[in-house]
Write a protein that binds this ligand. Structure first.
Ligand SMILES: O=C(O)CCC(=O)C(=O)O
Ligand SMILES: [Fe+2]
Length: 352
């Protein structure tokens, strides 16, 4: 991502005490700092299967628009990312997060940085702490941080993560084309709707990889893995292995119920981000989601966020006169800055 994003994090530093997670490996009871339910009662959970879209069946593209409007989250299968790569990523993540705390701390991100080891950035919006830790990768930060963790032995980790980022980049581009297609738009239209301030078209994606770790929790019903949020991306591709934990807000009863997104073997989860909601003029949902923890399994997930270059102007597709744009035009960087300050209220600031 551009240096202006780095600047964005510099302008919104996080208190250093709040970056280093608890040493979960030696914590046998849930400390008060991590007790959420007294603070925010957990709504009842319901189970409803999340739609599955096979990328090998072009006919299913027709389903896509409906699924994006209704759910904003879906599984994809036959996506072309080798199963062995997914398993390798999972295994490397487990190896990273199983390091002793004194090693992980060597790669801790500094208060004004976006990359490295630490709690997720949204922690700064909550009094309570989450039962999770993360490793954020952007641009060239991967090799720098991995070398701090494993001075003599980081090449394989970096190779796997780079291969994964490449696969996710290709898949993101393919999904974005499909999503535009489902709105009746061509790639050319995407150029028109996503043009830079000088008016020229660009195809390069900006991306960010967030590795999440949710250690085994002594009291999962009182803890929170990752607090409810929407993603600031165009779309996010999530690999969650085979341990459940991701939950989305029920499409029927916003705010009151959560639906568990059960992993499907070899599948990936696609989450529509705020930018898709805006580009589709509010049609596509950027669904509120969260991650819960469990008592028996260490869960890891890899979230790949993608979006347009930072200085590109984006805005709703010019609808017809019955559906005038409900959001103003802006650049992604502006949106991220608003999100860094106003978190879940940022979207409303861009409404007409
Ligand atoms: O770990 C998960 O299931 C969710 C991760 C997520 O929502 C995120 O990293 O933004
Ligand atoms: Fe997310």
């Amino acid at each position: 991502m551009s240096s202006s994003v780095t600047q964005l994090f510099k302008n919104n530093p996080v208190n250093r005490d709040r970056i280093i997670p608890l040493d979960f490996a030696i914590t046998k009871t849930l400390p008060d700092s991590h007790v959420w339910s007294k603070h925010e009662p957990k709504p009842e959970l319901i189970t409803r299967p999340i739609p599955v879209i096979s990328l090998s069946k072009p006919a299913e593209q027709g389903l896509l628009r409906h699924v994006c409007e209704e759910w904003g989250v879906f599984h994809i299968t036959e996506h072309g990312v080798p199963h062995s790569l997914l398993k390798n990523v999972e295994c490397r993540m487990k190896r990273l997060f199983s390091l002793p705390m004194h090693r992980k701390i060597l790669a801790v991100r500094s208060p004004d940085e976006s990359t490295g080891y630490g709690v997720v950035r949204i922690s700064m919006f909550y009094d309570k702490l989450m039962w999770s830790e993360g490793f954020s990768v952007m641009g060239s930060s991967l090799r720098r941080h991995a070398a701090l963790l494993w001075p003599d032995d980081h090449t394989e980790f970096c190779n796997v993560m780079e291969e994964y980022q490449k696969a996710m980049g290709d898949l993101s581009r393919r999904l974005i084309s499909m999503l535009m297609g489902s709105l009746g738009l061509t790639h050319e239209d995407l150029g028109w709707h996503v043009t830079d301030i000088t008016g020229s078209r660009t195809d390069s994606l900006q991306s960010f990889l967030q590795l999440n770790s949710y250690p085994v929790c002594p009291d999962p019903h009182l803890a929170m893995g990752l607090a409810p949020h929407t993603d600031s991306s165009l779309l996010t591709i999530l690999y969650q292995g085979n341990i459940p934990g991701l939950e989305i807000q029920s499409p029927e009863e916003e705010g009151s119920r959560w639906v568990g997104v059960e992993p499907i073997e070899g599948g990936l989860v696609v989450i529509m981000g705020d930018l898709s909601h805006i580009i589709s003029n509010g049609r596509f949902k950027s669904t509120m989601h969260r991650a819960v923890v469990n008592k028996t399994h260490h869960r890891v997930s890899a979230a790949y966020f993608s979006g347009p270059p930072m200085n590109l102007q984006i805005g709703p597709l010019t609808g017809d006169k019955d559906h005038p744009p409900i959001y103003r035009r802006f650049i992604w960087e502006e949106y991220l800055a608003a999100k860094a300050t106003h978190f879940n209220k940022a979207l409303t600031l861009f409404r007409y």
